[in-house]
Design a protein around this ligand. Structure first.
Ligand code: FAD
Length: 411
């Protein structure tokens, strides 16, 4: 009889594990909570799915065993990912290493993955919420769902993390770790928006701006990112903010003060900005501050910057009784270094991923639990997280491949 493998979760890692376990001869069933597998995959990359990164640097992942992360990524590398998806019918392209389907639609990735799984005779049991897994008397494992009890020779935990509001995001990995006494790090939101405590929030809500973001912890410079920043009613979001959010979360946990300095004109140096401002004033000295800023900033940012500088939009820099030099200096400084004090990270529902999960120290190189032969883990259920840029899906593909192949008895 073929080895019976049950995979808990039909996300990126579960689907990958299923395809490879079936290719190595196992009889594979995916138990999926949602009515369809792959919901988070559909939401990935703003619906475009940044599926891997050709310039992936394994040292950028956080985990409790970096050397195992490297081994797993080596077993199924970003190049393997591109080649394999090409083989199952997906054309891809990359932007500075970030790889997307050429359709720029995550649905293309999911459709082909599902087809491949069906082609390998993977069985799908959707709307099946797994409640518990235990050792059986006659069968190695028993998996209890809301409606049924399944028997299996091997189980792969691919139930992801509680990150995002996508239905099915869950803490099941923590419950299973507890029941099998596996070391586990609590799930925490990373790649997450940041909540601020500034009065600017109410006016700039909904603004998207290309900006530099410099992170200061207890007043000391830490890291800098540049890209599209989204300004919201509660704070700040976007890829540059996500990339800094892990360090922010750690600093806030350590009760440190966190400030972001936003540079709204990152391609213009301070001297160039002063020169540019002088030219505009010389050209038309009747223009008030609001109009001088109109050609430099998105509309909703202007009142936020003027309020922070203590200026009104109708005042002209050259008006009598107005300290032009002082006011302009403060204003230009705010365009390059607009301070945002961070209170906390947003909730897991707003996060792209969570750190934490089943510790790699609990797992062998095959991703099988050292203390529970036949029980494997992959994807975000495991204590590995990476930055934006295709890192987290690559981990899902690589770890799904390693766990699926090993569970089926492949090399
Ligand atoms: C909005 C968003 C955008 C993202 N964009 C990118 C991107 O562009 N590139 C990138 O690399 N990463 C991206 N990520 C992260 C990436 O999507 C995840 O890291 C990846 O999907 C994790 O795969 P997984 O298989 O571990 O978990 P998931 O994809 O979350 O799959 C877990 C599955 O398990 C199921 N499940 C959970 N509990 C149970 C249960 N009790 N019983 C049965 N089934 C259960 C869930 O329904 C789900 O289908 C993004 C994430 C989000 C939220």
């Amino acid at each position: 009889m073929n080895k019976r493998i049950m995979i808990i979760g039909g996300g990126a890692s579960g689907l990958m594990a299923a395809v490879w376990a079936a290719r190595f001869g196992a009889s594979v069933t995916i138990l999926e909570h949602n009515e369809k597998p792959g919901k988070k995959l559909l939401a990935s990359g703003n619906g475009k799915c940044n599926l891997t990164n050709r310039m992936l640097d394994p040292s950028q992942y956080q985990s409790d065993r970096p050397e195992l992360v490297k081994k797993v990524l080596h077993a199924f590398s970003p190049e393997d990912t591109c080649r394999w998806f090409e083989k199952i019918g997906l054309r891809t392209f990359d932007r500075q290493g970030w790889v997307y389907p050429c359709t720029e639609q995550a649905s293309s990735v999911l459709e082909l993955l599902l087809w491949e799984a069906e082609r390998q005779h993977v069985h799908f049991k959707n709307k099946e919420e797994v409640l518990a897994v235990s050792r059986g008397d006659d069968d190695p494992f028993l998996i209890r769902t809301k409606t049924w009890e399944y028997a299996a020779d091997a189980v792969i935990i691919a139930s992801g993390s509680p990150a995002s509001a996508v239905r099915g995001s869950s803490e099941l990995a923590r419950q299973l770790a507890e029941s099998f006494r596996l070391p586990f790090r609590p799930f925490r939101p990373v790649l997450v928006p940041l909540q601020a405590s500034d009065s600017a929030l109410s006016v700039w809500n909904g603004t998207r701006v290309h900006a530099g973001v410099r992170l200061f912890i207890d007043g000391l410079p830490h890291r800098e990112e540049t890209g599209e920043v989204q300004l919201t009613s509660y704070g700040i979001s976007g890829i540059p903010v996500f990339q800094l959010s892990r360090a922010v979360s750690a600093a806030l946990d350590a009760q440190k003060q966190v400030t972001l300095l936003l540079d709204f004109l990152p391609e213009v140096s301070e001297n160039e900005l002063e020169e540019l401002w002088r030219e505009r004033e010389l050209y038309d000295s009747t223009k008030p501050y609001g109009l001088l800023l109109a050609g430099l900033l998105p509309e909703r940012l202007i009142p936020a910057v003027l309020a922070a500088a203590g200026l009104k939009k109708n005042i002209r820099p050259s008006m009598e009784d107005h300290d032009e030099n002082g006011a302009v200096h403060v204003l230009l400084q705010l365009l390059k270094e607009f301070p945002v004090r961070i209170r906390k990270t947003a909730s897991p529902e707003q996060a792209q991923i969570c750190s934490g999960g089943i510790c790699l120290s609990a797992l062998q190189d095959s991703l099988c639990c050292r203390t529970v032969p036949g029980l494997y883990a992959a994807g975000e259920a495991v204590n590995v997280d990476g930055p934006c840029g295709g890192y987290n899906l690559q981990w899902a593909w690589s770890s799904g491949f390693v766990a699926g192949r090993a569970a089926a008895g492949g090399n």
